[in-house]
Design a binder for this molecule. Structure first.
Ligand code: CA
Length: 437
């Protein structure tokens, strides 16, 4: 019996607040969890700056990765096993891809990716294929196994059924994060009947389909995703923290490029600033490291860097107003000029942020973001695209909703040292009260 089929002498279980238990019988899975690259995910929060809005949201990508693994394990072991459409040989591959799908996430992923032009999916590939502990474990299964795992995660693997377990509009990734993020933020959205969905999932040649009798559970899932996006993921206060975080990174990079002398050398950032991050450098980054820099940068000479770091650490976030960039560009220009007059750099302190989401989309081939539709398996064996059967889903299908906000600090608008007419003028444009609330 090879390493691929090796079982632990006793099943290991992880207590989990969402799935109650995560079960591990396979030696390969157990060994992957023990690698340093996987353990690093404990030090990266699942929801970035969301903990500054919902204080419970401290859960890590480690939690979530175990959860996605557990959902896929239940699908392949309890639902698909023994069905002729399912090839049992793909079981271990599916489990490994589920466990490792987020391996390349860095600290505060979104801001880092934006500022330093990184891509966590590329890092996931590099960690799986590079000289790492994860690669060592996967290679023991077979020489081409790491490549297969990387392909499933990159959605290029030939068996699309396996790919769809981890990335489709109803996949284990989404089913885990919606429930987990709802649990840890404490909101009442995000709950749906996953047990029911798992029971009605069926393998098809190239996708997972849902028996028609499970349609209402899927509707609930789609609506909960919609609500989580607007109530949690795009929460304006979380975005304010993210705006500040992004500006800190921009500022540090700009200072470095201008040969600024940091009081404390930012060793961990050099390769980011220079745009040549190796896997080793990347794996040394986690949120503990980043917050350490934000902590010490509060004492930097540069007033912008130290101010932004203080704001982030003390949660003294930017305020926001609704903003329509298409119609209000003139207002933005006026504000910029007034900010400069007040001695405030608008590049760092006047920021437009936009969020946008497509709740569910049917298949429109050739479009930029091709999404596989969810198919219902009708009693006569036919497949029907979900929005054709469900009025609720049809109502929100293919409708992109976008929200723009203008972020700025409001303290200087109420500060004695700012010229009175400038303060008043800015407050008028932003429709702010004359007294700080
Ligand atoms: Ca994920």
């Amino acid at each position: 019996m090879g390493y691929a089929n090796e079982k632990l002498s006793e099943e290991k279980v992880f207590k989990d607040p969402v799935h109650r238990y995560v079960h591990v019988r396979d030696r390969v899975i157990w060994d992957l969890i023990g690698t340093k690259e996987f353990q690093r995910l404990r030090r990266i929060r699942q929801l970035g700056t969301t903990y500054l809005t919902f204080h419970g949201a401290e859960h890590s990508r480690f939690n979530h990765s175990l959860g996605v693994y557990e959902i896929v394990r239940r699908i392949v072991d309890d639902v698909f096993d023994g069905r002729p459409e399912w090839n049992r040989e793909e079981r271990l591959l599916s489990l490994c891809a589920a466990l490792l799908h987020d391996l390349g996430h860095g600290p505060f992923s979104h801001s880092f990716e934006k500022v330093f032009d990184l891509d966590h999916e590329q890092f996931t590939q590099k960690i799986i294929l590079g000289s790492t502990e994860v690669n060592h474990v996967l290679s023991k299964v077979s020489a081409d196994f790491p490549k297969k795992v990387a392909e499933v995660i990159a959605k290029t693997y030939e068996n699309k059924l396996v790919v769809s377990l981890i990335s489709s509009q109803i996949d284990a990734d989404r089913m885990d994060y919606l429930q987990r993020d709802a649990y840890f933020t404490g909101v009442s959205y995000g709950h749906f009947d996953m047990e029911r969905i798992l029971r009605v999932m069926r393998p098809r040649e190239d996708q997972v389909v849902i028996k028609q009798s499970g349609m209402h559970a899927v509707e609930d899932y789609i609506m909960s995703r919609y609500q989580m996006y607007w109530q949690v993921y795009f929460h304006p206060v979380t975005r304010s923290a993210e705006v500040i975080l992004t500006k800190i990174l921009h500022r540090a990079k700009e200072l470095y490029q201008n040969n600024y002398l940091f009081r404390y050398e930012p060793h961990h950032f050099y390769s980011l600033f220079e745009g040549n991050v190796s896997i080793d450098d990347y794996l040394k980054l986690d949120e503990a490291v980043i917050l350490y820099y934000f902590q010490i940068w509060q004492e930097e000479q540069d007033p912008i860097l130290s101010d932004l770091c203080q704001r982030f650490m003390d949660r003294n976030l930017f305020k926001y107003v609704e903003f329509d960039p298409a119609k209000e560009y003139r207002k933005h220009g006026e504000l910029e000029a007034l900010f400069i007059k007040a001695g405030i750099d608008p590049n760092y302190y006047l920021v437009v942020d936009s969020s946008s989401d497509l709740p569910y989309d049917f298949y429109r081939p050739g479009e930029e973001e091709e999404r596989l539709p969810i198919h219902l398996l009708m009693p006569n064996g036919e497949l029907r695209e979900l929005s054709r059967e469900s009025d609720i889903v049809d109502a929100i299908s293919g409708k992109r909703r976008t929200d723009h906000k203008l972020y700025f600090p409001d303290d200087f608008l109420y500060d004695e040292s700012t010229k009175r007419n400038i303060k008043r003028h800015i407050r008028e444009i932003l429709e702010l009260p004359s007294q700080k609330s």
